[in-house]
Design a protein around this ligand. Structure first.
Ligand code: G3P
Length: 220
């Protein structure tokens, strides 16, 4: 299972990268805006900086703003040309599906985002998306079951051997990560605190404290 960090914050990306378990990064226009990144030149530079931090072979999703086929294709090509790590993130809309099919033929990797149903997941896989991003937390927010969607998509993809990777997004907690892993997600993209939350167990803390106390007693 791959671990991506879901942020455009360079310090957090660095911290996740230094942990030694990071496989990639996802961003979106809201996360970029949160970091105060605006204007095409600055946005492109920020994506390059993220790629440089994570290093070779780690995918970085950069999202298009256009919503028409021609615009998505032009923007996506500019993003893909930036760095070999870039995966073009495209919304699950009619023009987006067309663009994903185009990018697939052109050998450009894609992440289909804003996915909330199994039908959308099928269309994205048919178009050849590299990654599919179902938004677990936002489904839970409206009282539905985000993990049930991951299971449903995993079943469909297994039935037909689709190669699109299920990237569980809108992850809010360590429990979400574990549940996504059990449900069959290939990748989780999470805020850094959710990843760090996996470290915690009180018995680990109590056990370590005792080991160190015993060592101090024996060694003076
Ligand atoms: O990658 C999509 C993700 O960032 C959405 O998360 O927490 O805004 O629903 P959230």
């Amino acid at each position: 299972m791959l671990f991506f960090v879901d942020t455009a914050n360079l310090d957090q990306i660095r911290e996740a990268s230094e942990l030694g378990i990071l496989d990639g990064v996802t961003t979106n226009p809201s996360l970029m805006a949160k970091e105060g990144i605006s204007g095409e030149k600055n946005i492109l530079k920020h994506y390059r900086d993220i790629c440089d931090i994570v290093g070779q072979g780690r995918d970085v999703s950069a999202e298009v703003i256009s919503t028409d086929f021609k615009g998505i294709v032009e923007e996506g090509k500019r993003l893909a040309d930036l760095h070999e790590n870039i995966v073009v993130k495209v919304p699950m809309i009619r023009e987006g599906v067309k663009a994903i099919a185009y990018f697939t033929d052109a050998g450009i990797r894609t992440n289909c985002t804003l996915v909330f149903s199994a039908g959308q997941a099928l269309l994205a896989a048919k178009a050849g998306a590299t990654y599919l991003s179902p938004f677990i937390g936002r489904i839970d927010d409206i009282g539905w079951d985000g993990m049930a969607l991951i299971k449903e998509i995993a079943e469909i993809y297994n039935n037909f051997g689709f190669e699109t990777a299920i990237l569980a997004a809108s992850i809010r907690s360590p429990l979400h990560i574990i549940e996504a892993a059990k449900a069959g997600a290939d990748v989780v993209t999470c805020p850094l605190p959710a990843i760090l939350g996996l470290l915690n167990h009180p018995l680990t803390d109590i056990g370590l404290e005792k080991f160190l106390a015993d060592h101090r007693k024996a060694n003076g």
